[in-house]
Design a binder for this molecule. Sequence first.
Ligand SMILES: C[S@@+](CC[C@H](N)C(=O)[O-])C[C@H]1O[C@@H](n2cnc3c(N)ncnc32)[C@H](O)[C@@H]1O
Length: 257
Amino acid sequence: MNNNGKTMKWDSAFYQDKHGFVAEYGKELLKYIFDSAPGHILDIGCGTGTLTGIMSGLGHQVTGIDASPDMVLNARNHHPAIDFLVMDACDIPWENTFDIVFSNAVFHWISNQKKLLSSIYRALKPGGKLIAEMGASGNIESIQKAFEAISRQYGYQYQSPFFFPSSTEYGSMLEHAGFHVIFLEEFDRPTPLEEAGDGLKNWIRQFFANDLEHFTPEICNAIIRDVEETLKGKLWNGTRWIADYRRLRIIAEKPVP
Ligand SMILES: C[S@@+](CC[C@H](N)C(=O)[O-])C[C@H]1O[C@@H](n2cnc3c(N)ncnc32)[C@H](O)[C@@H]1O
């Protein structure tokens, strides 16, 4: 469940077609895996399995989990040799099982962070590592602000579904859950959206899908047009939309007792 109490519905084909940049950027995170001896990796929120497939190709035994049945179906179709399961990251059943828990662009969708971190901690072997990236404090701030203001004009109260912590805040949450923090980095990552002129429209249709369900197609189009108009001076570079992403990169260890 998200931070606004709703569950996001994912259209895996639309995600893969228009938002492949999420996994593309996630490939950066794999550099923390390259040096690891082949081991057992859990990919949380694996989506369509792009990064899961790469880790498997590196010789690891990888299991992908995702709360969305549509994403898991898509991942299984693309990578039939890998185990993919529909599972909430807060309810991982395995204990002391994984050398690495990996996750890209998922944690900010999850409201119960305490449950998430204790679920991951339990699943890791002692000495095992959490390697993850998520939205950081200030992520997509101008997009959310514009969407909130415009949708309010149509009588809607937007509530952010996201949890975007600062590194200090997340560091203490990790320590509270028992982790030893090895590396925490918060950084701006201006992100060019795919499909030039349609980039912001596609982004809003994917990531604010739950909110847009409240409107007729005509009003959705009007909201998106007004958001584009509002953000043109800030996020349009003349040829593409550049989303104001900020990321938090996390490496933490489950200590050996
Ligand atoms: C932006 S996608 C990222 C997918 C993939 N990691 C990638 O890099 O392309 C976020 C994914 O997180 C999944 N997700 C969100 N909340 C979840 C939860 N509580 N447990 C498991 N998966 C979750 C969604 O279903 C979605 O597939």
